[in-house]
Design a protein around this ligand. Structure first.
Ligand SMILES: CC(C)(COP(=O)(O)OP(=O)(O)OC[C@H]1O[C@@H](n2cnc3c(N)ncnc32)[C@H](O)[C@@H]1OP(=O)(O)O)[C@@H](O)C(=O)NCCC(=O)NCCS
Length: 239
């Protein structure tokens, strides 16, 4: 994994994703005691499995990257719930999960946020209901000119990008999503963010295979020390 060493003026962005096959048992031995307590508190088995898988992926990949045993990695959480590495301020990461997928985005030399969703995340009716809460007036006018199917696709794209941006900024939906303005036609776009004034760069994509089905992703980066270089890994981690 070619993450540059400290001092090299390059922002490196990685996307790792893990498909949780049916019946797959995700081991929790790698988690901290605090994480195991949190896992045990989930009422939903599915939510617990996704949380454990997220931390498993994160500890395995980041431990490998930093040359330390995965269980020895300290992962702290901000007051708004954002996990980070207090001992490695030059490395940022973010996790997203949906159904049977977990994704991890890592950035050296900047801040990062990720969101993943399945293409059928919203029905057309749900899309119509959610749109006014998420989109700015201008975005809403653009999307309303589309037919119902394209409207749903456009909303999903906006949702992914905005959630990734809000996670990059660090407060999630505690920040008003309408304060983040998108250019929805672009696959790589910079956005105006009225929250901190910093530019945020977003890249989107779709990944799929016959077994796991498709999912869409958006990664937002900010405070980059240089133009990001991208890598994507489908994790071949054995569980
Ligand atoms: C952050 C947020 C958008 C994530 O929504 P979600 O539907 O769970 O979406 P995802 O699966 O994409 O992301 C979950 C992951 O985002 C990360 N995350 C949590 N809070 C975050 C935040 N404020 N900023 C960035 N990332 C965050 C976590 O790693 C979490 O996974 P984990 O709990 O398994 O470690 C949503 O939880 C939110 O808006 N939170 C606002 C802050 C809040 O309410 N905090 C209360 C708890 S302190």
């Amino acid at each position: 994994m070619a993450i540059p060493l400290k001092g090299e003026d390059v922002a490196q962005v990685e996307l790792h994703s893990l498909h949780l096959r049916d019946g797959l048992d995700v081991p929790n031995w790698i988690l901290s005691e605090q994480e195991r307590h949190r896992a045990a508190a989930f009422r939903s088995t599915e939510a617990r499995r996704l949380f454990v898988a997220g931390r498993f992926l994160c500890r395995r990949i980041l431990g490998n990257l930093l040359g330390c045993p995965p269980q020895a990695l300290t992962i702290a959480i901000t007051s708004s719930g954002r996990p980070y590495l207090p001992d490695h301020p030059d490395i940022d990461f973010n996790i997203s999960h949906t159904h049977d997928r977990v994704a991890l985005a890592i950035c050296r030399g900047g801040r990062i946020g990720i969101d993943i969703e399945r293409p059928d995340a919203f029905s057309e009716d749900e899309a119509s209901e959610i749109m006014p809460m998420i989109l700015s007036e201008q975005e809403l006018n653009q999307v309303r000119q589309l037919d119902r199917q394209h409207r749903r696709d456009a909303l999903l794209a906006c949702w992914l990008q905005k959630e990734a941006a809000l996670k990059c900024l660090g407060h999630g939906f505690l920040t008003d999503p309408q304060s983040v303005m998108l250019a929805p036609e672009d696959t790589t776009s910079s956005i105006n963010n009225q929250v901190s004034g910093e530019p945020i760069f977003i890249r989107c994509g779709r990944i799929g295979d016959r077994e796991a089905g498709d999912f869409q992703w958006a990664i937002a980066t900010s405070r980059l020390v240089a133009e990001p270089r991208w890598q994507h890994h489908i994790s071949g981690i054995s569980l």
